[in-house]
Design a protein around this ligand. Structure first.
Ligand code: ADP
Ligand code: UDP
Length: 237
């Protein structure tokens, strides 16, 4: 498979066209950003770890019946994925209160949410990814009501698959963000990535933070911790 021109350079990944019109190449870089790109650092091996982690999780989701972009792991830092027309909306599920939810509602970090909450955010760094509701998504034609219903159902299904997987590794899946796109057949497919950059994971016993909050909060050992998460769910990187 041949890598052609660069299509888009995001904060953490670069997207390339390939010689197959239905496939793209995602390159996972070491760039790590927080606070809408205000804090940026290069973390050694982060690209490799997230590339392999994402591939492993997407494969698990595929085998559990979720349609994902997954195609092939091409190298340490590159994956071939299905080309999607991305929906500019982030889908967030929370099993425990943390992050922006605590700031927005003034609630204490760590409160368990049963059933889990579900939120949509608009993917727009300049506007700091504002929270939106379904009527905004339909009104501005970012997605149809049927696509919204599917994205919500799929995100909650992913939570039901992954929360037990991480629990087996002694971790709490606190929250996570997913992005979906539409393929050439018009089907909704899970795109982008699932990695410790886009979820929160705590040690079940001690509640030690293992995810990107280590970077956001300057706790150190960020990539080491991502490697520990992988190893706890059976992936040695
Ligand atoms: P950001 O754009 O938030 O800075 P990244 O650095 O992760 O994020 O860039 C990756 C970009 O590629 C994102 O805009 C994402 O929506 C897009 N993308 C991810 N998966 C696919 C896919 N399968 N097809 C098309 N675009 C994708
Ligand atoms: N998240 C993400 N990208 C974003 C916003 C959020 O991957 O642009 C993830 C984040 O890592 C966390 C979950 O979505 O696992 C919920 O994030 P939250 O709304 O609490 O915002 P944050 O604290 O990241 O600003």
């Amino acid at each position: 498979m041949q890598k052609l021109s660069e299509l888009y350079r995001g904060k953490a990944k670069t997207v390339f066209l390939s010689d197959d019109p239905d496939l793209l190449i995602l390159e996972f870089r070491n760039d790590t950003s927080a606070f809408d790109g205000e804090k940026i650092e290069q973390l050694d091996r982060k690209g490799e770890v997230n590339n392999k982690f994402n591939h492993y999780i997407m494969q698990k989701l595929e085998s559990a019946g979720i349609k994902t972009q997954v195609q092939a792991l091409l190298s340490d830092t590159e994956s071939a994925v299905k080309k999607l027309d991305m929906i500019p909306v982030e889908c967030v599920v929370r099993n425990f209160a943390a992050g922006s939810l605590c700031k927005r509602l003034g609630v204490e970090e760590g409160i368990e949410l049963v059933p889990p909450t579900f939120e949509f955010f608009l993917k727009n760094d300049a506007l700091h990814d504002p929270m939106i509701n379904e009527s905004h998504i339909v009104g501005f034609k970012w997605a149809t009501q049927a696509q919204i219903d599917q994205m919500r159902a799929l995100t909650l299904q992913v939570n039901a698959i992954l929360a037990p997987l991480f629990a087996e590794g002694g971790m709490l899946l606190v929250d996570f963000k997913l992005e979906f796109g539409v393929d050439k057949n018009g089907d909704i497919i899970l795109g982008d990535e699932f990695s410790p950059d886009g979820c929160r994971l705590w040690d079940s016993e001690t509640r030690r933070k293992l995810d990107k909050d280590r970077f956001r909060q300057g706790l150190g050992s960020v990539v080491e911790s991502y490697i520990e998460i992988a190893s706890r769910i059976g992936l040695d990187i």
